[in-house]
Design a protein around this ligand. Structure first.
Ligand SMILES: Cc1cc2nc3c(=O)[nH]c(=O)nc-3n(C[C@H](O)[C@H](O)[C@H](O)COP(=O)(O)OP(=O)(O)OC[C@H]3O[C@@H](n4cnc5c(N)ncnc54)[C@H](O)[C@@H]3O)c2cc1C
Length: 391
């Protein structure tokens, strides 16, 4: 039985993925009383089962300022959480496998530079071979980002949860929110464990957030998808950086224990009501082929584990982050389209600042929830790197 004093909070966060926990932690650090409700257990969904890519490389231009600020926090995670989440600043490299692809990379880097972003640099074939000596000789160059890397997802989410709880955040797992209602300015939510109330509500419910936004009259074109990954047996270390590709989907990294984590926009099937993704082996075979094209010596390496997690995608490939346009004291952060693990630390900090009314030099305008209502919706500049699809 939950005590009645635990049923009211200044801020109630719905969803215990990296975004909910990061927002809760940043609010608690500012002295706010926060309760977080999680339907399953923290990190059960995308945040705990992803590929761990910490990546500014290949981002939509609108996301870059937030992605860069989040990356700064990844480098400071140990001081912030007491655990670095297994973060390794390995660098990330997007490979070009033809002259045409290298030209595409060159254009991308030029466009970014014109916008004032210098974190992506073009590298020629020789530098790729120096960084990844085992890569196939048809690779002609690529884009390199020095300070990106990877981390361990469930360890990171757990570190955020523990740090948040240490700061006084009350976390209720196995507590799905069924209904959200506002009376005056105050919020009341219904769960099988009874009602909770708060002055401010934060929806960080991942692929399920659209259902809650719809209850407030703010429909969002968010769709759940089952994204897949596979992990191989151990192999002697041969690849330091995280790799992606320009002309085909790839997400590839080698962990310190020798295993390879392979993905790249691999969409399986989904049992949304049962809250889990299903693996489709055909799709995994495509990715395995890409990997053996790039590293022929892996041809006979066995796959050890495969799985699918549930991720939220939004029609324009950008998340929803910011205040409700329909109701007071309501904020959202969801729909990270396959690359929100990286964004968790920075977005949580920025959303907490917004809720606290603090100034920030990072605008959230591009992520407004009402952008779908206008004909000229969405930011432009550089298109999302859809073919890159690194995780
Ligand atoms: C296979 C895979 C690989 C990926 N690889 C990468 C990568 O390498 N790098 C990267 O940056 N991103 C990656 N991503 C994307 C990243 O994992 C997500 O964008 C990010 O974790 C989303 O975090 P979240 O907190 O918004 O959502 P989630 O982690 O899904 O958390 C939302 C939580 O809300 C809870 N919830 C939902 N509804 C309710 C309710 N009504 N009441 C209470 N709780 C509720 C859910 O149970 C869930 O725990 C990958 C995703 C997948 C699936």
């Amino acid at each position: 039985m939950i005590e009645s004093s635990a049923r009211h909070a200044e801020v109630l966060v719905i969803g215990g993925g990296i975004h909910g926990l990061s927002t809760a932690l940043h609010l608690a650090q500012a002295g706010v009383k926060v309760t977080l409700l999680e339907a399953d257990y923290c990190g059960r969904h995308a945040s705990g089962v992803n590929a761990g890519g910490v990546r500014t490389l290949g981002r939509h231009a609108a996301e870059i300022p937030l992605a860069l600020s989040s990356r700064t926090l990844w480098h400071e995670l140990k001081g912030m959480l007491g655990d670095d989440g297994g973060f390794v600043p390995s660098g990330q490299l997007k490979l070009a496998e033809s002259v045409a692809e290298l030209e595409e990379c060159r254009q991308r880097v030029r466009q970014l530079q014109a916008l004032g972003f210098t974190h992506e640099t073009l590298i020629e074939q020789q530098e790729v071979f120096e960084r990844v000596p085992a890569v196939a000789r048809h690779v002609v160059g690529g884009i390199w980002v020095q300070d990106d890397g990877y981390a361990q997802p469930f360890r990171t989410v757990t570190a955020f949860r523990l740090a948040a709880q240490k700061r006084g955040v009350r976390v209720h797992e196995q507590t799905p929110v069924q209904r959200v209602e506002q009376t005056g300015t105050r919020w009341r939510v219904t769960t099988p464990e009874g009602h909770f109330t708060a002055e401010h509500l934060v929806v960080t419910a991942g692929a399920w957030a659209g259902e809650l936004a719809a209850q407030v009259g703010e429909p969002v074109p968010v769709r759940p998808e089952g994204l897949m990954l596979m992990v191989t047996h151990r192999v002697a270390p041969f690849c330091g950086p995280v790799l992606g590709a320009t002309g085909r989907a790839l997400s590839f990294k080698q962990f310190a224990n020798g295993t390879l984590v392979i993905g790249g926009k691999l969409v399986g099937s989904l049992d949304f009501p049962a809250r889990h993704g299903e693996v489709e082996m055909d799709q995994l075979a495509t990715s395995a082929r890409t990997v053996t094209d790039l590293f022929p010596h892996l041809k006979h390496l066995a796959v050890n584990r495969v799985w699918a997690g549930v991720e939220a995608f939004i029609a324009d490939d950008l998340p929803v982050i910011g205040a409700s346009r329909k109701a007071s004291n309501l904020s959202y952060s969801f729909g990270f389209c396959g690359s929100g693990f990286h964004m968790g630390p920075g977005t949580g900090k920025r959303l907490a600042q917004l809720i606290l009314g603090e100034a920030s030099d990072i605008s959230l305008d591009a992520f407004a929830i009402d952008r779908f209502n206008t004909a000229s919706a969405g930011p432009s500049a550089i298109q999302p790197a859809t073919t890159i699809a690194q995780h």
